[in-house]
Design a protein around this ligand. Structure first.
Ligand code: MV4
Length: 448
């Protein structure tokens, strides 16, 4: 096992990794920026190193400072969390060169899956279902020809994009050229990679993702799916597992295709395969995330598998072991609400001092948080301050528990989106499990 892990992140995910370190008997090193000197993860880690000023590009993204911090403290591994450097293949490579284990897949795997055109090609090779689409578009003429072949509407996507950035919907032939030009330009300036491809566009899809965990001995676990359709502007708001849109046959069938693909490519550690579901219930592979995700706890709650602890174990080279004497199974239903420091109606960020803080509790309620009463939420980072996860035997039980938990959650001094969550948990679309990527938009338009 590693002796000491440096956590190249902040907030709730840094706390989550510190807890996994404790469970494994590994020492932890926090890094932080100037404004985060009093942050919770700094107080909880065994050691902490300041890596720069508030601006993320000078601290949490400051590769030389982070590697130096690892060397100074004698860490033997780096956990990148999510966001920041978690999908930066150069950083993973540099860690390796400095004899630090990067807790994640190999830099090569990060490159292959990080580039959307190459990940589509790999997915195709291993039989994952794809929407009709293309490789890299050569020029405007090529774009027009391919769009006609695929059929309108189509969506242009940047190969170096992801998570909804750099996309453009095109509904008719006359719009293709211009869309191609702007998309390539944006891709070049935004991702330093002009490559653009296109796919058939699905109106109002569901977003369903599969969690996998793979060791270095060829074992791959598929840990079911998460329903992530409740989003606003590509930011997920509420997630759950399992998805009401899935059944056992579908789950097992796709799970097996995924398991084989991951095993055959030699991919290791945690991964999430993102799918779109169309109105007919068909699933199509979109992209793969090569890191731990914000919403991983809902999978942990229904499988009983500690994903972060296992991510660390497989990074050392340990074999995956069953969490029980029998194979793991899915138990009940889990929901996660992302609590953000923001105005619940306008979504404007609402940083500031937390004057009062009382997190909910009770059986089946979990809170992963990176804040405490008296601390000032800085304005320069993501507004996520806590995640509330509720687990029940049934979906209804999980919903009731979540409503109670949110009612109990006292956060004074700042605004949060808890009222939005309460409105969602009272919305027929959500209660009946008919939600899509437009549910929140509709709720906001009605002025909940
Ligand atoms: C799409 C799509 C419709 N058709 N691709 C957004 C995130 C990125 N991973 C993929 N995204 C989309 N890709 C095709 N061919 C619609 C979206 C999309 C979306 C997907 C999931 C959740 C919310 C979304 C909101 C807008 C667009």
């Amino acid at each position: 096992m590693f002796k000491k892990i440096l956590i190249a992140n902040r907030g709730e995910i840094a706390m989550r990794v510190i807890r996994a370190c404790r469970a494994l008997g590994v020492r932890s090193v926090a890094i932080h920026s100037d404004v985060d000197a009093q942050a919770l993860h700094v107080r909880f880690a065994d050691e902490a190193v300041c890596v720069g000023p508030a601006e993320a590009s000078k601290s949490y993204l400051n590769i030389p400072a982070i590697i130096s911090a690892a060397e100074i403290t004698g860490a033997d591994a780096v956990h990148p969390g999510y966001g920041f450097l978690s999908e930066n293949a150069k950083f993973a490579e540099l860690c390796k060169k400095c004899r630090l284990s990067f807790i994640g897949p190999t830099p090569e795997a990060m490159r292959t899956w990080g580039d959307k055109v190459s990940s589509r090609a790999v997915a195709h090779r291993y039989g994952l279902p794809l929407l009709p689409g293309t490789g890299v578009l050569k020029n405007p003429d090529d774009a027009v020809e391919q769009a006609k072949r695929v059929g309108f509407p189509v969506i242009l996507k940047a190969s170096g994009g992801g998570g909804g950035r750099g996309m453009r919907i095109v509904r008719e032939e006359g719009e293709v050229r211009r869309a191609f030009e702007t998309a390539s330009h944006e891709a070049m300036t935004g991702f330093k990679n002009p490559d653009v491809y296109l796919e058939r566009y699905v109106e109002e899809p569901r977003h369903i993702e599969f969690q996998i965990l793979a060791d270095q001995h060829g074992q791959v676990w598929t840990l079911g799916e998460r329903e992530c359709s409740l989003q606003r502007r590509h930011q997920k708001v509420m997630e759950e597992s399992p998805s009401l849109a899935m059944d056992n046959d579908k789950r097992n069938q796709l799970g097996e295709v995924i398991r084989k693909a991951i095993a055959e490519t030699g991919y290791t550690t945690l991964g999430t395969l993102e799918f779109l579901m169309d109105e007919r219930g068909e699933l199509y592979f979109m992209e793969m995330n090569t890191r731990v995700q914000v919403e991983h706890p809902v999978t942990e709650m229904v499988t009983g598998v500690d994903l972060v602890e296992n991510q660390i174990r497989v990074s050392v080279g340990e074999k995956l072991t069953l969490p029980d004497t029998r194979p793991w199974s899915f138990r009940g239903h889990a929901i996660e609400c992302r609590v953000n420091a923001e105005d619940p109606k306008t979504f404007a960020p609402w940083p500031g001092r937390i004057t009062e803080y009382h997190p909910p509790g009770g059986g089946g309620v979990r809170v992963d948080s990176g804040v405490y009463g008296g601390w000032k939420v800085p304005s320069c980072y993501d507004s996520l301050i806590a995640k509330v996860i509720a687990h029940g035997n049934t979906r209804h039980e999980a919903i009731v528990k979540m409503r109670c938990a949110l009612d109990e959650f006292i956060i004074g001094g700042i605004r949060t989106n808890i009222p939005l969550h309460q409105a969602l948990l009272a919305d027929p679309e959500v209660i009946e499990g008919r939600m899509s990527t437009k549910t929140i938009e509709r709720l906001v338009a009605r002025g909940f």
